[in-house]
Design a protein around this ligand. Structure first.
Ligand code: ADP
Ligand code: MG
Length: 379
């Protein structure tokens, strides 16, 4: 008779394989050097089956290098890669069974749409009847059935990209790697494609990794985002956590807009801290991590998390309006909070209310002690 433990483990694995057709991916201590240059330093990631993850960071931070390492096109200097729990170091790119879509489509120019999509299936020696039905299914999925006989040069950029995606999906990869696939598309088409690809991949339960330098794209498409800078992952978390609780100064300014105010720790208020803007007022802030007494810090606060008051409150910054920018849905102000420091503040626009004018005296407070982050000055 099976023990309860055995029965449970059998049941669970059956369930997982039914729900999640995608692979898990684990990266452990990946390092990559190009000669002297260290392109990736100790990358660790644990991606769940069926998850959509973005690698987000500025140009040159190592995103493509990491994607090439995952795909098998590049061997890391050191580190481990586990796909679906199995080490894949010794497997070539094609043996790993990952689908790849690059920025420049890389369709075969001398083949029709139909032949491009069929290419990987024929390479796997799939019988003709199966190839026909699979290509048909893929064409329907990306809604390009009517263009099956065209050549890539006869398609728009967006259509070519859809063919590239259909070609990659046709072989039913367990992991899909997308390197800046939307960057050549204009804004409207990009949005359509982002929605469509997200839908296609979710429908098939494919695990996906998207490389992008576009924070809005990463925020809108991903289950989790790995924010990268100079070969390191600064934070791996959900879009809302990354926006609300940036882990480093880099993340706070790379994702969204953030004011960085030099402040000094001057006291405690229950479990929160009281900080002072040098030459200015005090604010009450919460911190995820303990702060050393008398430390010099940076307060990271987003423009929408500062509130404008007409009268001083217990913790507020006496400030002067420097500039008013009515942007439509919101009004942005530039505000002087100390002789050396200006901040940006945005407020939702309420019809009928008067805009603040240059030179006007106001008081700024935090929307909540949690609506900010504190970082050491050097981070
Ligand atoms: N084949 C290569 N040889 C030498 N250096 C490279 C090579 N590929 C990339 N690099 C360098 O590695 C760093 C990371 O590049 P890359 O991964 O392409 O960045 P990203 O995709 O984030 O823009 C850059 O400094 C780049 O110049
Ligand atoms: Mg790149």
């Amino acid at each position: 008779m099976k023990s309860v433990e055995q029965v449970r483990s059998v049941d669970t694995s059956a369930l997982v394989s039914e729900i999640d057709s995608g692979n898990s991916l684990v990266l452990e201590q990946i390092v990559h050097r190009f000669g002297e240059m260290v392109a990736l330093k100790d990358i660790n990631l644990n991606i769940q089956p069926g998850e959509f993850v973005s690698l987000l960071g500025p140009s040159g931070c190592g995103k493509t290098t990491l994607l090439r390492i995952i795909s098998g096109f590049l061997k890391p200097s050191s580190g481990k890669i586990l796909l679906d729990g199995r080490s894949v170091e010794t497997l070539s790119a094609s043996q790993r069974g990952v689908g790849i879509v690059f920025q420049n489509y890389a369709l075969f120019p001398h083949m029709t749409v139909w032949d491009n999509i069929a290419y990987g299936l024929r390479a796997k020696r799939m019988p003709n009847a199966s190839v026909n039905s699979k290509v048909g299914e893929m064409l329907e999925l990306v809604q390009l059935g009517h263009l099956a006989k065209r050549y890539p040069s006869e398609l728009s950029g967006g259509q070519q990209q859809r063919v590239a995606i259909a070609r990659a999906l046709a072989v039913e990869p367990k992991l899909m790697l997308l390197d800046e696939p939307f960057s050549a598309l204009d804004k409207n088409l990009r949005l359509d494609m982002q929605i469509e690809i997200r839908r296609l991949l979710s429908k098939q339960g494919v695990t996906a990794i998207l490389v992008t330098h576009d924070q809005e794209e990463a925020m809108s498409m991903s289950d989790r985002i790995a924010v990268m800078s100079q070969g390191e992952i600064h934070q791996f978390d959900t879009p809302s956590q990354i926006y609300d609780q940036p882990a480093t100064k880099f993340v706070s300014t790379f994702v969204g807009t953030c004011n960085l105010l030099p402040v000094t720790l001057v006291g405690r208020e229950t479990s929160d801290y009281v900080v002072q803007v040098p030459g200015g007022g005090h604010l009450q802030v919460a911190s995820q991590t303990p702060i050393q007494p008398a430390s010099d810090l940076l307060l990271a606060v987003r423009p929408e998390n500062l509130r404008i008051q007409a009268q001083p409150t217990v913790y507020s910054l006496s400030s002067t309006v420097e500039m008013c920018l009515p942007l439509g849905a919101v009004t942005a102000y530039e505000v002087q909070v100390s002789p050396d420091t200006k901040v940006k503040v945005t407020q939702p626009r309420v019809p009928g209310t008067r805009l603040l004018e240059k030179g006007q005296q106001i008081y700024l407070e935090l929307a909540s002690p949690h609506a900010c982050s504190l970082f050491p000055t050097v981070s």
